[in-house]
Design a protein around this ligand. Structure first.
Ligand code: IPE
Ligand code: IPE
Ligand code: MG
Length: 229
């Protein structure tokens, strides 16, 4: 395993639909297996001592999809929160949500809010879930919040305090599965200097090996942040 590991890895978990269709299954089955991949990956990431893990679970633009698919994904988030909360508590991992969860039904939204409260005191490690999220909307929301607070002019510090990711360092490494090489409105502000890794592996097939390949690639990169060193 690589010596230099990222402290924050973000995943654009793509390819659930194609994984299912390639097996003659419905897209919803792909999302179910996507959750299994997520649970495995959660374990690998935190076992490696990585402190922050972000995942793109649903984009705002995904709401264009058929209602049934969105319902399936909302149901899976609900189940995921239920089944993962004990792990978050046991390992002192704070849950953070980026996005507008008002689309959830009262019961699920309350469950998410409760999980946010139950883990709020943990400071060392974070699981950050982007749900009904748009990177552009996040920036606009942050500006509006700051203006409402009375700021007449913003700087990076003020803006960052109003992002959903406030208090979480920028992702060092963003991994996108399924062969697509784009950001699709994910963490636009935070990804300014993130290293990007694209793999053809479809998300439900994501394994420890895929993760290690990505981290190895990361560890061999030279991050300069604009400098010449
Ligand atoms: C990613 O898989 C999960 C979500 C967007 C919710 P997709 O559902 O986009 O899978 P493909 O891209 O259609 O294969
Ligand atoms: C991005 O994947 C959103 C998530 C992984 C949740 P999409 O499958 O929605 O992205 P596009 O439409 O291919 O850009
Ligand atoms: Mg996709």
């Amino acid at each position: 395993m690589a010596d230099r590991i990222p402290q924050h890895i973000a995943f654009i978990m793509d390819g659930n639909g194609r994984w299912a269709l390639s097996k003659g299954l419905q897209r919803s089955i792909g999302h179910k297996y996507g959750i299994k991949a997520l649970k495995r990956t959660f374990q690998y990431v935190f076992d490696l001592g990585i402190k922050y893990m972000s995942i793109y679970a649903l984009s705002k633009e995904n709401l264009k999809r058929p209602k049934e698919e969105i319902q399936t994904i909302m149901g899976l988030l609900d189940e995921y929160i239920d089944s993962s909360l004990p792990d978050l508590l046991k390992n002192k991992i704070r849950l953070n949500i980026m996005g507008d969860i008002s689309i959830l039904n009262d019961f699920s939204r309350e469950k998410v809010n409760q999980a946010l409260k139950d883990t709020a005191s943990f400071t060392d490690r974070v699981l950050n879930i982007a749900f009904n999220y748009s990177g552009r909307d996040e920036i606009i929301r942050a500006v509006n919040l700051a203006v409402k607070e009375g700021h007449k002019e913003l700087n990076q510090d003020i803006l960052e305090k109003h992002l959903y990711s406030a208090g979480i360092p920028d992702p060092d490494l963003i991994i996108r599965t399924s062969g697509e090489q784009r950001i699709s409105n994910f963490m636009l502000y935070q990804s300014a200097y993130s290293e990007l890794y694209f793999t053809k592996t479809l998300w439900p097939d994501f394994s420890k090996k895929t993760l290690e390949a990505a981290i190895n690639s990361y560890s061999n990169r030279h991050r300069k942040f604009g400098d010449i060193k």
